[in-house]
Design a protein around this ligand. Sequence first.
Ligand SMILES: *Cc1c(COP(=O)(O)O)cnc(C)c1O
Length: 344
Amino acid sequence: MGVIDLRSDTVTKPTDEMRQAMYRAEVGDDVYRDDPTVNRLEELAASEMGKEAALFVASGTMANQVAVMTHTKRGDEIILGENSHIYVNEVGGIAYLAGVQTALVTETDGVMDDRAVEEKIRTENIHFPETKLICVENTHNKAGGRVVPIEAMEKIHRVGQKHNIPVHLDGARIYNAAAYLNVKAEEIARYCDSVNVCLSKGLCAPIGSVLAGGGEFIERARKYRKMLGGGMRQAGIVAAAGIIAMEKMSKRLGEDHENAMFLARGLNSLDGVSVDIDKVQTNLIMVDFSAAGLNGIQIAEGLKPYGILINGTPSPVVRFAVHYYITEEDVKRTVQTVSLVLNG
Ligand SMILES: *Cc1c(COP(=O)(O)O)cnc(C)c1O
C-alpha cells in the first residue's frame, strides 16, 4: 500500500505529461528574455488572470515578496489579514526585504471586512506612515481553504480604489477558489492589481509561481526578482510544467474538492472527531480532535506507522490537504485508520 500524504498539496509530484513536456521544452536564457517556454507561460498567466503581464518566479513566497517590494517603499504600511500567509508564513520577509510595517485586520473565515480595512488606512499626518498596499488571500489557507466571495473581493478593491491604494491578491490557490465559485480565475483577479498564483500546489508543477499585474508593475517586479537572486536561466525546463498546470490541471480541482468533502464527512462521523462540514469548500479541511483529547502531534504519530502523513502541530485542530494523488480509496483508508488510531 502506498503512502497517503495529506500534509499539503505541495507534495504533489509532476505528472508524466509534465515530465515529457519538461524533457522536450525549448529553452534559452530567461534573464535575456530568451526562453520561449517561460515567455509562453508568462503570456498564458497574464491572459488567465486578465492582466497585462506576468513574471515566473521560484515560489509563492517570492511572488508575494516581490509584489510587496514593488508596490511599496521602506517605511510604508500595508494592510493584511492577521492569519495571512504573507504575515504568518513568510519568515518576516515583508519586514526584512520590503522594510514595511503592517496594519493587521482580523479575518472571519478568511474574509476581511471592507470597513475594517478602510479604518486601517492612514490619514495624512506628520506622525504617520503611508498606507501603500492592501493584501487579500483567496483561497485562505489558515481558514481551511475558505473562498473569499467575489462580492467581498470587490468591496475591498473599491476601498483601495477610493484611496488610491493597490490590492495584491495572494492567489496561491486562486484556481481552487475559481473551481468552487464556478467562475474563471480572472473573474476573481479582476478585483486586484497584482496576483500570485502557485503552480506547485494542487496544480502539480514541481516548482514555481507566477506574479501577474500591470505591464509597468511587472517590469519593475522583474528587477526585484533579480535582486532576490530569482533571475533564472533556462527556466523553461520548469515553466513547461507550469503551462500544463495552468492549462490542464486547473480544470480538475473540483475532483479534489469532492474527495475533501468525502474525507470531511467520513472523519466527522467518527466519535471524538469533528469537522465543520458547512465550512468545507475546497481541498483543505480542518479536523478537530479535542473531543478525543488528542493533539495534532499525537494524531500524526498514530497515523504514520500506517503510511498516512499529516502535519501535526500541538493544536487539536489539524489540516488535512487533499490533492491529485489522493483517491477515493485513500480517503476510505484514511477514515478507517483514524478510527483505528482513536480506538486502538
Ligand atoms: C503556499 C502558499 C504560499 C507560498 O508558496 P511557496 O511556493 O510555498 O513559497 C503563499 N500563500 C499561500 C496562501 C500559500 O498557501
